[in-house]
Every structure is written in structure tokens, then in C-alpha cells.
Design a protein around this ligand. Structure first.
Ligand SMILES: Nc1ncnc2c1ncn2[C@@H]1O[C@H](COP(=O)(O)OP(=O)(O)OP(=O)(O)O)[C@@H](O)[C@H]1O
Length: 234
């Protein structure tokens, strides 16, 4: 479980507060207007941004003072996930060893991860020799290989077409369920939240609202959510 305890995040003039919990072993969607602070929140949970006040607690452990590498967390962005000059297996292998001195067992794990995301035998290619959807699969393979209990997804599939996006969502949902991962997924698509998130939390007006069952959130939107959905379309 991820607990945000009286969290205050500040970036220049921007402030975000959060006091809530995200369920362990479940997918929670984070939705809200552009600039509301969704990415900022993920940065703080991953350890790239230090809170001005409050704590991030993961599975009972206080993350204060722990750098990104010391947290049980993987963060996956929409873009800039792959190094173009490295082969696919190297891009994936970076999840295990930044110096890429992989043991035989690690090489096998890389192959298995590529197979898991539907890219068996593609390890020798370079990212430019893949489609956009395949590149996101490579990034996902690297994220999954790390086997960290918490996976933070920052609009990872936004650039993909609807069919591919659905495929990737299904893939994440399946693996997350099997591995009992705790997943937070930022999305601007209510359909994505409905597809795989049991709960959804709204980030708006400088605060993170407590997550609620996704179906309830979208059934009768009020306040900031209604304004957001009205502007963005449900
Ligand atoms: N590195 C930074 N330094 C200062 N301010 C920043 C920085 N990154 C983001 N901000 C500000 O923090 C606020 C929240 O931005 P953030 O990217 O977290 O929003 P978001 O909800 O993820 O938006 P989007 O949906 O457009 O991705 C914005 O006002 C933004 O301008």
C-alpha cells in the first residue's frame, strides 16, 4: 500500500497536498486537468522530488531520505524511455544493471521479459527498427524486469492508437494482477481507468482526492471532476 501522509509538494509557485492511501496489489488511476500535479505526485513517490512536508510510506516503510534507487518503485513515462543507440536487449537489461554487465541468468531474464510483452527474439534490434507500440513494450519489459512491487505509469500509452492502447492496458493489468503489484496510472482517458483501475483518484485544485471505486467516480461526476470531464470529454 502507498500512504501519503499530510504530503505537501511545492515546485516554484505550484502546491499540491495529499492525505490518502492507494490499495496494495491493485491498479489505481490518477486523473485530472493538465498541470494539476499528477506527474509531480509520481515524482515524489518515486523519490525524484522531496516533499516540503509530510511523508510517503510504502508497505509500511517510510520513504523519507531514500533516493529513487532505494525505493521499491519503477516509474514508466510516455516518452524518452529507450536509448536509440542500444539494442533492445540492452535497453531492457538496463533495468537490472546500469553497466550492462549481465550474468547468463540475467540475459535469460531479459529474454523472458521480452517474451512476456510479446517481443520474443527482438533483442537484437535497435529501437528505430521497431514500431511505436513495440518500443513501449520494450520499455514495459524493462520496468517489469525490475520486479519492484510498485509500478508508476505516467500516461505511458497515450501516444498509441486505441487498439494498441487496449492491448498494453490488458498486458499491464494481467502482469500486475499476477505479480500483485501496486500500480498508479496517470491517464487523461476515462476509458483507460474503467478498463483496468479498480479505484480512481482525482488530482485537481491543488489536492489529491482519496481514491474511490472507478465506476462510482464516473457514474455521477461532480465539482472539479465534472468540470474536467466536461472539458475533456468522458
Ligand atoms: N521541474 C519543474 N519546476 C517547476 N515547476 C514545475 C516543474 N515541473 C512541473 N512544474 C509545474 O508543476 C505543476 C504540475 O505539473 P505536472 O506536470 O505535475 O501536472 P500534470 O497533472 O502531470 O499535467 P499533464 O496532465 O499536463 O501532464 C504545473 O504548474 C507545472 O508548471
Amino acid at each position: 500500500m502507498i500512504a501519503l501522509e499530510s504530503l505537501l509538494l511545492v515546485q516554484d509557485g505550484f502546491r499540491l497536498t495529499a492525505s490518502c492511501r492507494f490499495r496494495a496489489g491493485a491498479v489505481t488511476a490518477l486523473i485530472g486537468p493538465s498541470g494539476a500535479g499528477k506527474s509531480t505526485l509520481l515524482s515524489a513517490i518515486a523519490g525524484f522530488l522531496a516533499p516540503r512536508a509530510g511523508r510517503v510510506v510504502i508497505d509500511g516503510a517510510d520513504m523519507t531520505g531514500r533516493g529513487p534507487a532505494e525505493r521499491p518503485v519503477t516509474l514508466l513515462f510516455q516518452e524518452h524511455n529507450l536509448f536509440p543507440h542500444l539494442r533492445v536487449w540492452q535497453n531492457v537489461g538496463l533495468g537490472l544493471d546500469p553497466r550492462l554487465r549481465l550474468t547468463r541468468a540475467q540475459r535469460t531474464a531479459v529474454e523472458a521479459a521480452l517474451e512476456e510483452v510479446g517481443l520474443p527474439g527482438m533483442g537484437g534490434r535497435r529501437p528505430l527498427e521497431l514500431s511505436g507500440g513495440q518500443r513501449q513494450r520494450v520499455a514495459l519489459a524493462r520496468a517489469l524486469l525490475r520486479r519492484k512491487p510498485v509500478l508508476l505509469l505516467d500516461e505511458p500509452f497515450a501516444a498509441l492508437g486505441p487498439g494498441l492502447r487496449q492491448e498494453m492496458l490488458d498486458l499491464v493489468a494481467g502482469i500486475a494482477a499476477r505479480e500483485a503489484m501496486t500500480v498508479l496510472m496517470v491517464t487523461h482517458m476515462p476509458a483507460d481507468a474503467r478498463a483496468i483501475a479498480s479505484e480512481t483518484a482525482l488530482v485537481a485544485d491543488g489536492r489529491v482526492e482519496a481514491p474511490r471505486p472507478t465506476a462510482d467516480v464516473f457514474a455521477a461526476p461532480t465539482g472539479a471532476l465534472a468540470a474536467y470531464l466536461g472539458a475533456g470529454g468522458a
